[in-house]
Design a protein around this ligand. Structure first.
Ligand code: G3I
Length: 459
């Protein structure tokens, strides 16, 4: 009994000492408050290119901890998701970081509902460079396709071939699979004359290099063969030609082209109207989009059918019209996916706009393609040379786009496709009468730009 009493006394003495080491009391104005002793933050471990592991010491009786991470040693701002992050263990992986960047973290303990002061601050620098064996393709494998717009001619140039096959898992023809490239005339019996040479070349290239092919695009008002413009037959004969065209393409490439943009940019930019006024609309009627999707579905039910359009991330009215059309097509099981063309600027649209537009699409029963990604740096024509600052801003925008895409539920992610390989090949330079522009992931020497790193950082 005596021994038991002594033990109890010793226990209570130890308990008292312990309590006083993690709580201090103050009793001004007759109230008693406790403040928990902060944990000791420990050096970061498992430091990588875009992540590290923060850890800290145990605080007796703590029910949890709060972690802050910042690029500012004074914590004037916080990394998104890491302001007072609640953690129930003594470590936390901090992810989604930039490489070669200094971060700071500190932690607080919560004891009996009371939050301690901040711990000491630990600084940690992420690794400087991605290792050479990480590529866009390897970093996205099993997650989604990373595609590039190519031309058949460039697949025969060694420097392009090297980067196409090293970095990408999917290709889209920038121009070679458009109607104007394939449908070269109509013969005396009313049959289409086809030129399969470039599309065949691309399919052979894809097969040889194990690349997915996303077809672009069957029906587009900016790629109408002269023979169709000049066609003097009836509307029904015009429609039959369109069906013949879709059938021929799908039959020839059965099992080789997994997905197609069936109709491109059919919705009008004018808020007042639904359909863009095109030759297809005039010849086939208001339901021509549905007809084209039905022709495609009937030609090969295994091909994934996409609708593709621009300004989707910031023009809510146009997006609403597109999504209504998608609902109609879904009701007849005629569509599988939607491409948001990502022709954007380094400072527009905002992350929030892109997120909102993506959320609205993800709510539909379709798979998502961030198509035609390029990020303009010089829309205001205020640069004659690319600056480091603008290149870094582009890196952040690319990273945002990839982060938003990567967060889409796995079964809805199809691909992100970059609209061209290197800066001096971009369509934007001729489109804007030679205005300097650097919208892509590789520079004119095929070297990776900061935007390339932004892509990897977004994963
Ligand atoms: O092939 C001829 C060449 O022989 C000739 O010397 C040269 C002279 O200008 O023109 C060449 O053709 C050009 C072709 O690009 C290849 O460079 C066409 O004139 C030109 O109109 C064509 O532009 C393409 C444009 O679509 C129109 O088809 C761009 O490369 C291509 O990037 C662009 O892509 C579109 C998407 O398909 C749909 N979304 C918008 C996007 C940008 O406009």
């Amino acid at each position: 009994m005596k021994i038991e009493k002594v033990c109890n006394k010793v226990f209570y003495a130890l308990f008292f000492i312990a309590i006083t080491t993690f709580v201090s009391c103050s009793s001004d104005d007759n109230t008693t408050s406790f403040s928990a002793v902060p944990p000791v933050a420990q050096d970061a471990s498992e430091i990588d290119f875009t992540s590290f592991r923060a850890s800290w010491s145990n605080v007796f009786l703590a029910s949890g901890y709060e972690l802050d991470v910042s690029t500012d040693p004074n914590f004037g701002s916080f990394l998104q998701g890491y302001e007072s992050l609640a953690v129930n263990q003594l470590f936390q992986s901090v992810t989604g970081l930039s490489l070669n960047t200094e971060y700071y973290y500190r932690v607080r303990a919560i004891v009996n509902g009371v939050t301690s002061e901040n711990s000491n601050t630990i600084s940690v620098e992420t690794n400087e460079e991605f290792p050479d064996d990480i590529t866009l393709k390897s970093a996205t494998e099993g997650n989604f396709f990373v595609g590039v717009a190519v031309s058949e001619a460039r697949t025969n140039i060694a420097a392009y071939d090297e980067v196409y096959t090293r970095e990408f898992s999917s290709i889209t023809a920038e121009n070679d699979m458009k109607m104007e490239s394939i449908f070269t005339g109509i013969d005396g019996s009313g049959n289409i004359i086809f030129d399969w040479s470039r599309i065949d070349g691309l399919i052979d290239y894809a097969e040889a290099n194990n690349l997915n092919v996303h077809g672009h695009t069957l029906i587009w008002h900016r790629s109408i063969p002269q023979a169709l413009e000049d066609f003097t037959g009836t509307d029904q004969e015009f429609e039959d030609l369109i069906q013949q065209y879709i059938n021929a393409v799908f039959t020839r490439y059965q099992g080789k082209i997994n997905s197609w943009d069936v109709v491109n940019e059919a919705i009008d930019d004018d808020a007042g109207t639904q359909w863009r006024n095109t030759l297809f609309l005039q010849r086939m009627g208001d339901n021509y989009v549905e007809k084209c999707f039905a022709f495609a579905r009937a030609a090969d039910p295994n091909v994934k059918l996409f609708y593709n359009d621009y300004n989707m991330t910031f023009d809510g009215i146009k997006r609403g019209k597109v999504l209504d059309m998608v609902d109609d097509l879904l009701a007849s099981d005629l569509i599988d996916g939607v491409g948001y063309q990502m022709h954007i600027d380094y400072n527009f649209p905002s992350r929030e706009q892109i997120q909102e537009a993506t959320d609205e699409l993800v709510a539909k029963d379709v798979i998502v393609h961030f198509a035609e990604l390029d990020v303009k740096l010089n829309a205001a024509n205020d640069l004659t040379d690319l600056t480091d600052e603008r290149a870094e801003a582009q890196r952040q925008k690319v990273r945002e786009v990839v982060e938003i895409f990567n967060a889409i539920p796995q079964n809805k992610k199809y691909a992100i496709t970059v609209w061209g390989l290197k800066d001096d090949d971009t369509w934007l330079i001729p489109e804007n009468n030679g205005r300097p522009e650097w919208p892509l992931l590789f520079d004119e020497s095929f070297e990776k730009k900061p935007a390339y790193l932004g892509f990897l950082e977004g994963l």
